[in-house]
Design a protein around this ligand. Structure first.
Ligand code: URA
Ligand code: SF4
Length: 250
């Protein structure tokens, strides 16, 4: 499974690296297909490559990437435990926002990545990513909430959880605080997504719409990765999270 997924993701990445489907190919140094664990249950989707990402061909390696790594670390996860990609795979000039026709041109790559990865949870980073998975939502209201994903996005059986863009957290202490608070809920969203998947009914069919349940504060939650590279959540001090203790997340 792992090798098959890896090969399928590599094939998509190869197409992305030579893609000329939209004008963004003209200014790119390197396209940025995305990277991570092919067997992960959680995919993070940002906006598009910035200066550093364009030079390295890897997502979230600049300052925003540092913030994303801190956010992941706050629940005990590492960037290599998840898959990280963007709605557009080539850098918009001067870091401008991606335009609707560029997002549309690039969407088949993201859709195909999600079909291969089959994640339980898609975490959107910022407005443009949220627009793909929660059409019509406003980030000020939608951040920190989750809902069923439209299978047409490629994630056939998943919940989407919206977060602010890490670059916004770098600019505003308030957004940074909200981002860490939102991140704290992601493991519980994963637990819920797994339950929905195990129940057979797709979250979509079940009409699932939810806001995250309270989870222990980061100080109370220890999340470790065992020697088999399995991520384990120990949510010891929250009685409500008893059945979520010692969860193997990956
Ligand atoms: N911002 C994004 O949205 N994506 C990246 O890969 C880097 C910065
Ligand atoms: Fe192709 Fe996407 Fe790059 Fe546009 S942004 S050239 S669609 S890979």
């Amino acid at each position: 499974m792992r090798d098959e997924r890896q090969a399928a993701l590599e094939a998509i990445a190869d197409e992305v690296r030579t893609c000329t489907r939209c004008r963004l190919h003209e200014g790119r140094t390197k396209a940025v297909p995305g990277e991570g664990d092919p067997d992960t249950e959680v995919v993070f989707v940002g906006e598009g490559p910035g200066f550093n990402e364009d030079r390295e061909g890897r997502p979230f390696v600049g300052r925003a990437g540092g913030m994303l790594v801190r956010l992941l670390g706050s629940v005990g996860w590492r960037r290599e435990d998840v898959f990280i990609t963007n709605v557009v795979k080539c850098r918009p000039p001067d870091n401008r926002d991606p335009q609707p026709d560029e997002i549309e041109a690039c969407a088949p790559y993201l859709r195909r990545q999600l079909e291969v990865l089959d994640p339980a949870v898609v975490v959107t980073l910022g407005r443009y990513s949220m627009g793909t998975f929660m059409p019509g939502a406003r980030i000020g209201q939608a951040h920190g909430t989750s809902q069923a994903v439209d299978p047409a996005t490629g994630a056939a059986n998943a919940l989407v959880f919206a977060m602010y863009h890490p670059a916004a957290a770098l600019r505003s202490p308030g957004v940074e605080r909200d981002s860490f608070e939102d991140m704290r809920h992601v493991p519980a969203v994963l637990v819920r997504a797994r339950e929905l998947r195990a129940g057979g009914a797709s979250p979509e069919a079940a009409g699932a719409t939810m806001t995250p349940e309270p989870v222990p504060s980061p100080a109370d939650t220890s999340t470790t990765i065992d020697s088999d590279e399995h991520l384990v959540i120990a949510a010891a001090s929250d009685p409500a999270a008893d059945d979520a203790s010692q969860l193997t997340l990956f």
